[in-house]
Ligand binder design. Structure first.
Ligand code: HPA
Ligand SMILES: [Zn+2]
Length: 347
């Protein structure tokens, strides 16, 4: 196709949906839809503070990251058995495939579950069985990234790592999530150094609500390979230069940023500037059950809100998502071929 043409909205939406892409920033607990929360609460005899699905949905009015996290952790309390984790992940995988995702890297928060008495083994077995089923039945490739909760101590992160190590082959890397302000990356310097020695891939949330200094320390202290969010990096020209020079991917989550008031409106989002600055940005859903949509919704709404985003940017974002993934080089080469063929044949 001619990428210099402006596509009509329907054609652009179709291109965005069907182009092969990966999703690299999705908290699997954030894919738990209200309907499934109520079903699992019934199944497990858990009492919820909300009368029904609509009542719960009405509580999804967030003012910042912390106001979201409080509800997100409450929602995750219905997850108790291996089947619960399996059902949650399968529901996400089906949605991802419908959105043209060929490979998904899922964050999971073991401490949210082990601190409630749910064994690590229950979590990892349920998620792994879902991954195997998704590969077999949906042709979807995936990986798991274990996240440490940054509002807890580094010692607690080390304990979680210990519990996880017998399952080392079941996850590809580690990340850092939860409340960013007041919990800089360097708080986890030692545990990330240990994970690095173990050969785990490293990522961290930084520059969502936190300042550019947190992105610097995620890079220089934790030595992460990707930055989750990172949108505040644009406030620091030296940082932009560094991220561009080293081609450090940013896993940007536009609908999340608006729901958590990082930007007032989608039309204020800096995704276009990130790309224009030469940064390896990608589009992701973060917590789709809470923020108003899965991956395709993030793409279509953001492209509709930002006129600078057209077919060439769609190609760049899809290609970035494949290159930034932790999948095998041979799989990445195959998806890029499919992506090129897709754009060549699209009219
Ligand atoms: O957007 C997020 N930021 C930090 N921690 C999180 N845990 C789930 N979603 C998020
Ligand atoms: Zn996130």
């Amino acid at each position: 196709m001619r990428t210099d043409l402006t596509l009509p909205p329907d054609a652009l939406a179709e291109l965005l949906r069907t182009m092969p892409k990966t999703e690299l920033h999705i908290h699997i607990e954030g894919s738990l839809e209200p309907e499934l929360i109520f079903e699992l609460a019934r199944r497990n005899g858990v009492a919820l503070a909300y009368p029904d699905v609509d009542g719960l949905r009405r509580a999804y009015a967030f003012t910042d990251l912390q106001s979201f996290l409080d509800i997100y952790y409450a929602g995750a309390s219905v997850l108790q058995t291996e089947a619960d984790f399996f059902d949650m992940a399968m529901a996400y995988f089906r949605r991802a495939v419908a959105d043209g995702v060929v490979h998904a890297e899922l964050f999971f928060d073991p401490q949210t579950h082990t601190d409630r008495g749910v064994p690590f083994e229950t979590v990892i077995r349920g998620l792994t069985r879902a991954r195997e089923t998704a590969q077999r039945e949906l042709g979807l490739s995936s990986a798991l990234i274990l996240c440490f909760l940054r509002h807890l101590s580094e010692e607690a992160a080390f304990e979680t790592l210990e519990e996880a190590l017998p399952w080392r082959d079941h996850f590809v890397g580690v990340g850092l999530d939860s409340s960013e302000r007041g919990h800089p990356p360097e708080k986890f310097a030692k545990v990330f150094a240990r994970c690095r020695e173990l050969g785990l891939r490293l990522v961290a949330h930084a520059g969502e609500e936190g300042p550019p200094a947190y992105v610097w320390s995620a890079l220089d202290v934790l030595k992460v390979e990707r930055i989750d969010h990172g949108v505040r990096a644009l406030e620091d020209a030296n940082l932009v230069q560094r991220l561009a020079r080293d081609r450090v991917p940013l896993t940007v989550c536009p609908l999340s940023n608006v729901k958590l008031r990082v930007f007032d409106r989608l039309s204020d989002h800096n995704l276009g500037q990130l790309l224009a600055s030469g940064l390896v940005a990608t589009v992701n859903s973060d917590d789709p059950a809470y923020f108003g949509g899965y991956l395709h919704q993030n793409f279509v709404e953001t492209f509709a809100a930002l006129p600078a985003l057209q077919a060439p940017q769609a190609y760049t974002l899809a290609r970035n998502s494949i290159e930034a993934s932790f999948a095998q080089a041979s799989a990445k080469a195959r998806w890029i071929e499919q992506l090129d063929a897709h754009f060549a044949s699209f009219h």
